[in-house]
Design a protein around this ligand. Structure first.
Ligand SMILES: *Cc1c(COP(=O)(O)O)cnc(C)c1O
Length: 376
């Protein structure tokens, strides 16, 4: 059986159901009691998309590659998984102000779930986000604003913003909703649960993911370990984490003071979850490596043009890393691999236009002129 027929025969048609969000779905496996009122935008249940063209590009025999498309979450990134938990619990504990530092997606998500809290009767919940001035995709900034957050652009980078909000959150009634908040990691574990469920009760051989502040790779590993301990899967994946070469502190084994990369969502020089990310890689016999902006852009174009999937540049680091690891012989034949596409490409259309060198074909407004312009 080929890749597609294997995939199609493993899925049941016409079983669409209402998905109540990830807390209701996985409540028994999460650190939340039954009385807590859940704030949800029905996040999670994101598609696991077969990616035969990416498997071909890897050039290793018999690979099954899937894309876990986290851009399908309500605010367009995996951050919603952590945020439904973090805001639910913060509000239940009587906290009123959600604060975070962000390269964009955390702020969009925190702002969305704060609005969700207001719609659930917590009318005095507000959201404050600190973003680095000038290095945030426009779509993400637009989301934070229109969801009603107070947006503060600081004259500094993400790492500085995180230090400020950590200090700020010592004050009364303020909840820090960055991934240093354990509730964030708790919610993000559910992506690992979903992947195992979607693969029919097993983990992939390799889980490839971009690494920024390193919370997500830590959360995935915690999720796979938990499913394994419960006997719901027999195997555990190798964790392959990828940083951008211009902001690769974990790979270099030292903080990067001025991180630089086109992948702004992972432009982080001193990751908060550094230690747990290293543990995830070591315990799983995985690897952590860097990919250049050129490799990221190439993978970003490939994901769009050969698979029809729309992700942001940071997300493409997982695919770029998988391709690099394949060429280096670090991917075994017949492996099943999941690349996490962390965020939706629509947040950052400017990068899509910039890297594709878009130049429209001009034509007079007649059928003949159009036909000849396109070479028919
Ligand atoms: C936040 C984010 C990352 C990095 O995740 P960490 O948990 O900080 O490592 C990667 N890609 C996108 C699109 C993100 O929003």
């Amino acid at each position: 059986m080929n890749f597609w027929s294997k995939f199609l025969s493993s899925t049941k048609p016409r079983n669409a159901k209402h998905w109540p969000g990830l807390i209701h779905t996985y409540r028994d496996l999460l650190d939340i009691d039954n009385k807590t009122k859940v704030l949800t935008l029905c996040e999670g249940n994101t598609p696991l998309i077969p990616a035969p063209a990416i498997a071909d590009t890897c050039g290793v025999i018999g690979l099954s590659v899937y894309l876990k498309f986290e851009g399908a979450n309500p605010s367009g990134s995996f951050k919603d998984r952590g945020m439904t938990m973090a805001v639910t619990k913060a509000v239940a504990n009587g906290l009123k102000t959600m604060v975070c530092a962000s390269t964009g997606n955390t702020s969009a998500s925190a702002a969305a779930y704060s609005a969700c809290a207001r719609s659930n009767g917590y009318s005095d919940v507000q959201c404050v986000v600190l973003v680095p001035d000038g290095f945030i995709a426009l779509g993400k900034l637009a989301q934070a604003i229109i969801y009603g957050a107070k947006v503060v652009q600081i004259a500094g980078n993400f790492d500085q913003a995180l230090n400020i909000v950590k200090e700020l959150s010592q004050r009364e009634s303020i909840a820090l909703v960055n991934s240093v908040n354990p509730d964030r990691i708790e919610g993000q574990k559910t992506a690992a649960f979903e992947i195992c469920d979607q693969l029919g009760g097993r983990a992939p051989d390799i889980l490839a993911t971009p690494v920024g502040n390193a919370g997500n790779i830590s959360a995935y590993w915690a999720g796979f370990k938990q499913y394994n301990a419960l006997g719901l899967i027999k195997n555990k994946p190798k964790m392959y984490g990828f940083q951008a070469a211009g902001s690769a502190p974990i790979v270099l084994n030292e903080p990067v003071e001025n991180p630089e990369t086109i992948a702004t969502a992972i432009r982080i020089g001193n990751p908060a979850s550094w230690k747990t990310a290293k543990e995830a890689v070591n315990e799983s016999f995985g690897l952590i490596d860097s990919v250049t902006d050129e490799e990221i852009v190439e993978a970003y174009k490939l994901i769009h043009s050969s698979q029809g999937v729309c992700c942001e540049p940071a997300s493409a680091a997982s695919v770029a890393g998988l391709i690099k690891a394949s060429k280096q012989g670090k991917v075994e034949r017949e492996s099943t691999i999941v690349c996490v596409l962390t965020g939706n490409g629509l947040k950052d259309p400017q990068t899509a236009i910039d890297v594709s060198g878009f130049a429209p074909i001009k034509s007079a407004a007649t059928m003949d002129a159009v036909a000849s312009a396109i070479g028919l």
